[in-house]
Structure formats: structure tokens, C-alpha cells
Design a protein around this ligand. Sequence first.
Ligand code: ZN
Length: 53
Amino acid sequence: MAASPNGCRYCGIEERSHARQWTREGGWHAWVQPTEEQIKARMFARRSERTAR
Ligand SMILES: [Zn+2]
């Protein structure tokens, strides 16, 4: 499943439901603004996921 475009940079969870999460990459973290690149890549992934179904 593709992450939400505006989801956290490390785990992809949206800011409103994030709280504290753990990832191998980021350790324990609060929501972090994703990069432009990530947002674009996720939007693209979502679009192709929808088209594939
Ligand atoms: Zn996160």
C-alpha cells in the first residue's frame, strides 16, 4: 500500500494520527515533513496503484 503523500518522511503516517513512531531508519520520532521528492513519488505511486486495479 502506498503511503499518504503528506505522511511522515520516515514511516508515511499522516501528521494527525502519527504521535510517536519507531522505524529502523529514524528511530523514535515525531512526525517529520516529507521532502518534495517523497511527496511526488508517493503521489505517483498512488496513481499507478489505482490504475493497476
Ligand atoms: Zn513517522
